[in-house]
Design a protein around this ligand. Structure first.
Ligand SMILES: C[S@@+](CC[C@H](N)C(=O)[O-])C[C@H]1O[C@@H](n2cnc3c(N)ncnc32)[C@H](O)[C@@H]1O
Length: 274
């Protein structure tokens, strides 16, 4: 292990290489620091989540010291869901956000977990907490860049730690906009850049030394966890993400940083007249 090598956070020009325009003009996409033909990224993401699915929840809880549950609860609370609401959880994985949403929408509501990876959804479906809400949860396998659900269908659409993995992230947000009812709300919970430089240095050290080591010891893959840390360093800042959501057509977009900015939650609305 290279003890003193810690990759830098990308600058604005480099971060733009994650956006749809660069992917289209270059024909390439990144998954972590690996650059590949854009057609290959979806396969790389699929292989990655197939590999981590069986230990996904365990590793998330271990590596975040359980804080991801608090982030997810805060994020769902910011959606201000009401009983009876129809909710879409894009890149829903094992369904943590969906379960929190289902508690709020009540028996009259429903939450669709939408993910391209069957292994992730199966891992979630077998959990006791998902079973407890099985009448309210629906599982749909599909690509977030081409959501196979009708226009104007949902009161709320959310995506947690998933938008970073898309080849065309703006396309993903446009699809969420399309399936929302006018006035419907979007929520995006995603990793971001810690604000405090000292805290950021500690976080960098933890991300590139401790996480891959634990990944290798407990999940059989150090590469999956260094790749996770790489994608975070290449991703849009909270302000850039707000600007992207506004460019897609969302209004009243605001964001809240969580745990010094390790994560950020954005909320916005599809205009009533659009
Ligand atoms: C890091 S996990 C997040 C899971 C869950 N939202 C959570 O917060 O725990 C990312 C998920 O996005 C899914 N995903 C990645 N690219 C996708 C795409 N193009 N379409 C649908 N799902 C995708 C993966 O299969 C994976 O389940």
């Amino acid at each position: 292990m290279k003890l003193f090598h810690i990759p830098r956070w990308f600058d604005r020009d480099s971060r733009e290489k994650m956006f749809d325009e660069y992917v289209e003009t270059s024909g390439t996409a990144h998954f972590g620091f690996r650059q590949m033909r854009r057609e290959e990224k979806e396969k790389a993401v699929r292989v990655h989540f197939n590999r981590v699915a069986p230990k996904y929840d365990f590793m998330n809880t271990l590596l975040s010291f359980g804080i991801h549950y608090a982030w997810k609860r805060t994020a769902v609370r910011m959606l201000d869901l009401k009983p009876g609401h129809q909710v879409l959880d894009v890149c829903g994985g094992t369904g943590d956000l969906a379960v929190y949403a289902a508690r709020r929408t009540g028996a009259a509501g429903s939450v669709f977990i939408y993910d391209m990876n069957r292994a992730m959804m199966e891992a979630g479906r077998s959990r006791e907490v998902n079973k407890a809400y099985h009448h309210r949860l629906h599982y749909v396998q599909g690509d977030a860049e081409r959501i196979s659900l009708p226009d104007n269908r949902f009161d709320a659409a959310m995506v947690g730690f998933g938008i970073r993995n898309l080849t065309h992230l703006k396309k993903g947000f446009s699809e969420m906009h399309r399936v929302l009812k006018p006035g419907g709300k979007i929520m995006c919970l995603e990793f971001s850049k810690p604000v405090n430089p000292l805290f950021r240095s500690l976080y960098d050290w933890y991300s590139f030394h401790v996480m891959p080591l634990l990944g290798s010891l407990l999940a059989g893959s150090s590469q999956s966890y260094s790749c996770l840390s790489e994608t975070i360093r290449m991703f849009a800042t909270a302000l850039e993400l707000k600007e992207i959501l506004e460019s897609i057509g969302f209004v009243s977009v605001s964001y809240k940083r969580l745990t010094n900015g390790i994560a950020a939650v954005h909320v916005g609305q599809k205009p009533i007249l659009s």
